[in-house]
Design a protein around this ligand. Structure first.
Ligand code: 13P
Length: 257
């Protein structure tokens, strides 16, 4: 039996914004977002703006996420931010293993697993695990191997109850910030493969697993991508920085169910 999954749109601001930007974006967004959909939307501003954005979001129902978390507990780790701190300031989501962190900050699969584990120690924190292949890997026909390796690390390193709480985001590296979106067919193929891999562990978890697509997702292509059977929402970068565009992407959820 296939479960009806509640789709989600996550806005990843990356390292962009300011206090004025954050305040304006949140207030414009709340004006334009369909009230019935707020609980399916999550904003991930840079760390310093998290408390401010939390306050601006108030009781709107929109979730708050961080873009990274430490793989360590609180203590002598200068510059790091722990999962306990994120939970403490009201985050309910955290992006883990974004390709920019994997490539620019040398996060290995092992580090990503330990970050997912730390997030899961907080009962109210949902890790959004990013996976995806580079252009070279796709052209070399290695995308399946790369994605299944990234997924397998987490499926082996995290217990079943933990896996059941994870959201996966497929972000082909070649589509991030390039304007080159994966076609709906390409993305659907990968999402179905990810779901199959999780089903080999537990079919009920696979049925309820949210798998988001990210990579030049915008208000023009959202409807087609989000209509695919295994695409359960989006992780939006550039288009999340413009309230009108992001609201339109989110409001697409009303059309795609
Ligand atoms: P863009 O939407 O700018 O391609 O970024 C995608 C992304 O990396 C979101 O995490």
């Amino acid at each position: 039996m296939t479960l009806k999954r509640r789709k989600k749109i996550v806005g990843n601001w990356k390292m962009n914004g300011s206090t004025v930007f954050a305040r304006t974006l949140v207030s414009d967004l709340l004006e334009q977002l369909s009230p019935a959909l707020t609980e399916q939307v999550c904003l991930c501003p840079p760390m310093p703006y998290l408390p401010m954005v939390a306050e601006a979001l108030g009781q709107s129902g929109v979730s708050l996420g961080a873009q990274n978390v430490s793989s360590y507990n609180d203590g002598a780790y200068t510059g790091e931010v722990s999962a306990t701190m994120l939970a403490d300031i009201g985050c309910d989501h955290v992006i883990v293993g974004h390709s920019e962190r994997r490539t620019l900050f040398a996060e290995t699969d092992a580090i990503v697993v330990s970050k997912v584990a730390k997030a899961l120690e907080q009962p109210g924190l949902t890790p959004i695990l990013c996976v995806g292949e580079t252009r070279e890997e796709r052209e070399a026909g290695q995308w399946q191997a790369v994605i299944s390796r990234q997924m397998q690390a987490v499926l082996e390193g995290i217990d079943r109850a933990g896996v059941a709480r994870i959201i996966v985001a497929y972000e082909p590296v070649w589509a991030i910030g390039t304007g080159l979106t994966a076609t709906a067919e390409q993305a659907q193929e990968v999402h179905a493969l990810i779901r199959q891999q999780v089903a080999a562990l537990d079919s009920a978890i696979a049925d309820s697993l949210l798998i988001l697509y990210g990579g030049s997702l915008n208000d023009q292509n959202a409807k087609e991508l989000l209509s695919q059977p295994d695409i359960d929402g989006g992780l939006v970068g550039g288009a999340a920085l413009v309230a009108e565009k992001f609201a339109r992407v989110c409001n697409t959820l009303a059309e795609v169910g």
